[in-house]
Design a protein around this ligand. Structure first.
Ligand code: FE2
Length: 389
């Protein structure tokens, strides 16, 4: 248990980078009286994808898995759930490296002062690797998963991946399986990308409409096909950083198209649009939206030398009895799955070149090679499934 003082600010060294604001939240009751999801948008410069917190009903009350920003709206909705289903008794941070999931934890913990906070092993921070007691996890009620037990073992199974050495710190992810509902919660390692824009964009489709354009002098036009095109491009950006079908025009062309009538607002970045999409730009989208997958960014930058522990973890998940659905912390809210789907995924990953060296992975591969060259990431294949049973 971490013995530190209760910090007033969440993850205080990085607070200026993470204003909670009043970001809209989409709340959904996934299974009546058992599971709820809270979704927000997460990203930079209009490349935004859903980030999700899941609430599970447990015997003692409610469990929060992977908190999102505790805006006033989120806290109001959680108080309503508490009134009906019991107090929030457990908050779980299921990752050691996913900053977007770590940042909300201290503030969420302060909102529920009686909840026990569970974190993964080997929490770390960058550029300064601060001790855990400085990271805002509350005094006297923070426990480390596996090292200090597991929450609600009468109902939940906990399956850990890692620790895997990333050079700067460790990758750890802990999946949670709710035996009552057959629901598997994961954070970043597995996901399913929907073909259609997620409903969270109904609050404000601007990010999709921005990327749906062909040049900076086009206004934002809102109709279903534009939203769909914007979503496809957003997925390609988030998956490959620089998609294969993208060119960056010369600055002269970018400025020539800027400040056009109807485009002179901050919402449309004053018409500055440094992208040119080539024909066939959408060819990779179908591949990405074919069911459960490992995100290309993780495959190429986190798991390139950790295929064995990743496969072992997926196969362990495949053995869960009564598995019905996957609820990841990003993209699709819920994906129907069974053990065979996960076995198939593991076999597919094992049977092909790892990590992927497709043209679409080019930019990610360059980054990985550069990190290797400067010695920031380890060269060697990582062993086993780690120390989390
Ligand atoms: Fe994440």
């Amino acid at each position: 248990m971490i013995a530190n003082s209760e910090h007033r600010w969440p993850w205080w060294p990085l607070l200026p980078l993470y204003p909670y604001g009043n970001r809209p939240t989409l709340v959904c009751e996934l299974l009546k009286g058992r599971i709820w999801t809270f979704e927000q948008l997460h990203g930079v410069w209009y490349v935004a994808v859903p980030i999700r917190m899941t609430i599970l009903k447990v015997r003692e009350g409610l469990l929060i898995y992977a908190p999102v920003a505790p805006t006033p709206e989120v806290l109001t909705q959680l108080r309503r759930l508490e009134a009906e289903h019991g107090r929030v008794c457990t908050i779980v941070l299921p990752t050691a490296s996913g900053l977007e999931h770590k940042l909300p934890v201290p503030a969420m913990a302060r909102a529920f002062p009686n909840a026990t906070v569970w974190i993964t092993q080997q929490q770390w921070s960058f550029p300064l690797n601060l001790p855990s007691r400085w990271l805002g996890f509350p005094a006297g009620r923070t426990r480390v998963l596996f090292d200090e037990g597991l929450p609600h073992p009468d109902q939940l199974d906990w399956i850990g991946l890692g620790p895997l050495d990333l050079g700067l710190g460790a990758f750890v992810e802990v999946a949670c399986f709710d035996r009552v509902t057959g629901t598997l919660l994961v954070t970043d390692a597995l996901l399913a990308i929907p073909k259609e824009p997620p409903a969270i964009f109904d609050f404000d489709p601007t990010p999709l409409l921005f990327h749906a354009r062909e040049s900076g002098n086009e206004p934002l036009l809102d109709y279903p096909e534009q939203r769909r095109k914007g979503w496809m491009r957003t997925v390609l950006f988030a998956s490959y950083l620089r998609p294969l079908g993208l060119e960056v025009p010369f600055w002269r062309e970018i400025f020539a198209n800027a400040f056009a009538p109807g485009c002179r607002t901050a919402r449309i970045h004053f018409g500055l649009y440094p992208f040119r999409w080539k024909s066939g730009w959408d060819s990779e989208f179908e591949t990405l939206t074919n069911g459960i997958c490992v995100a290309p960014v993780l495959e190429r930058l986190v798991f390139p030398r950790a295929r064995a522990p990743l496969l072992a973890w997926i196969r362990k998940l495949a053995g869960l009895q009564g598995l019905e659905r996957l609820v990841p912390a990003h993209y699709a809210r819920s994906q129907p799955i069974n053990g065979s789907d996960l076995v198939h995924l593991a076999n597919e990953l094992e049977g092909r070149t790892w990590p992927g060296e497709t043209d679409a992975m080019g930019t990610l591969g360059q980054i990985d090679h550069w990190l290797l060259r400067i010695g920031l990431v380890p060269q060697d294949e990582q062993p086993g499934i780690g120390n989390t049973p």
